[in-house]
Design a protein around this ligand. Sequence first.
Ligand code: COA
Ligand code: AMP
Length: 633
Amino acid sequence: MSNPFENYTELHDFAASQPELFWGDVAKTLHWSKQWDHVLSEDGGPIARWFVGGELNACYNCVDRHVEDGFGDQIALYFESPVTQTERTLTYSQLQDQTSKLGGAMQKHGVSKGDRVLIYMPNSPEAVVAMLACARIGAVHSVVFGGFAAKELATRIDDATPSLVLAASCGIEGSKILPYQPILDEAFAIADHKMARTIYWQRSQCEAQLGPQALDWETELAQAPSAACQPVAATDPLYILYTSGTTGQPKGIVRDTGGYLTALAWTMENIYRCPPGETYWAASDVGWVVGHSYIVYGPLLNRNATVVFEGKPVGTPDAGIFWQLIAKHRVRSFFTAPTAIRAIKQVDPHGELALHHDLSALQAIYLAGERTDPSTLTWIGDLLGKPVVDHWWQTETGWAICANPMGVEQLPIKAGSTSLAMPGWQIHCLDEDGLPVPAGDNGAIVAKLPLPPGAAPTLWNASDRYKTAYLDRYPGYYLSGDAGYIDEDGFVFVMTRTDDVINVAGHRLSSSAIEEILAANPAVAECAVVGINDDLKGSVPASFVVVKAGIDPNTPSLSDQLIGEVRTAIGPVAAFKIVHIVTKLPKTRSGKILRRNIRQIADGETPKIPATIEDLSVLDEYFALFNHREAQP
Ligand code: COA
Ligand code: AMP
């Protein structure tokens, strides 16, 4: 929807003072089978609910209504897979046909409204069809990123208790072919929850073995009746997306249907300035929130063509692949993670691979998933000569909390900042006692309740955990888990996590989950895992392990064994490669491990050591390990 406001301030003030009017107007741009009774309801739960009483269907809004409006022949999706050397397109009519057939196949196998369906697929048109087909029949999808191992999959299966799995026969990572069936079979064996069937999209690189419980995608679609779009309540979940929290048990972020689609509809033109009919590309993965919001739902809702890319920004075929595809599809808005830009910069430091491509359609580049360091922001901005928008968001929020609203007003670009709070978000920085910190001072970044539409209203099967994780610390506010500062102009600088979450190449990992695996090794007495700086990935997990008495700390294979165990349990996505065997962990007198100090020493910073440290001399080993000067408490 286009913007009726003169500038950012007018927009933000209006949304804050008249939220029902503001979001109600946005929601009118969607198709509703039943009008809502209330735009915003704050009754009956800790979190506001949006569009209560309303009914709609996400697939209808993303696909069918565009076909009915005469855009059936428009390209909905460009698939670019340099790793398989294939490219394909799907029009909106083809997307409608495939989603209705897959929806029909799922219904034939007993999937109905509200049932969960697990999706384990790489970036592909089939993954998009799978998600939309679930939405079409009112089923709740839960996409699991391909880089997670069987145990992580099993945890998600037991939590979401899906009725069916939609899977690819394999994923492809560079030159590696990764068969998915053995991972799924192992997960099914570990999980307590048992499912009847998996439908496999067969890829020629490695096919799944079919049988009564492993069905063929093509055959299922060919035999399926068409499924109609099934209206669901605006407050019904569209999907569950698991993300790492501070414990080994991932959090099932629940996304409601009506509020989410409304928020995304607003963003497409007001943040991303991408009118219907134009091409939008989020170079992320459907397994992450960015993929859900901006490979699938946002662009399709707005009748854009979305680019689905299977590959990496480097080595597939070269570090110019982003620029090549932006030129080829005349991409107007491009979204990726800073780590991808750093990867390109390492290989092509002078940006020579960008120079001979026609990037004239590109209006701006959008970065999120981790902090954009000022040098990366400047490098890419100078290279392309286009605005670079660093915007901040989380799996929990579903869309940007802070951004530069390019379709409303281009704000000044301040390197290191995520710009200003988007409509509906009231952002504050608080100290330990819950008092606002002065401009420029560090604090916990919080959002005043009620949260705008799109933000997760709860966690699947864990509403109490939602309260304790996000709402209890500062009553009346949502605790983001991020710390940073707000400058005198209101620009928000997100600097670090305040919890044990590590952000690796824009992917969120739980340090506790890695610690649990290390601690289970019989040689390990205790351990600590912290995120340390990495030039490419932003941060990577590093572990500090104390072995049990009687175990030789120099046992040669121990580190490899521990690395292998983490890879097997969590998956390659953990990017876990650093093990330091130490004699002791630094602790406070009450036994709290001083992870922050370890991290500071590893990053070459001056550690702020608490006076409550149990034994200062323990740190000498860490200073020596990282060749760092000593510090005093
Ligand atoms: N399935 C299976 N394995 C996967 C996988 C998937 N979908 N995605 C990643 N992996 C594996 C990789 O092959 C790698 O394995 P390895 O240890 O055997 O080499 C490991 O997980 C780590 O992957 P990654 O962190 O992606 O590192 P990389 O060195 O392969 O690539 C970048 C680095 C920067 C090129 C890559 O992370 C990238 O393109 N990032 C884009 C950021 C992004 O999509 N962010 C999402 C939020 S916007
Ligand atoms: P995820 O839920 O995986 O998208 O990760 C969300 C987390 O990534 C946030 O809580 C931040 O810690 C970090 N993050 C995302 N975007 C930014 C950004 N633009 N700047 C700084 N940190 C970010």
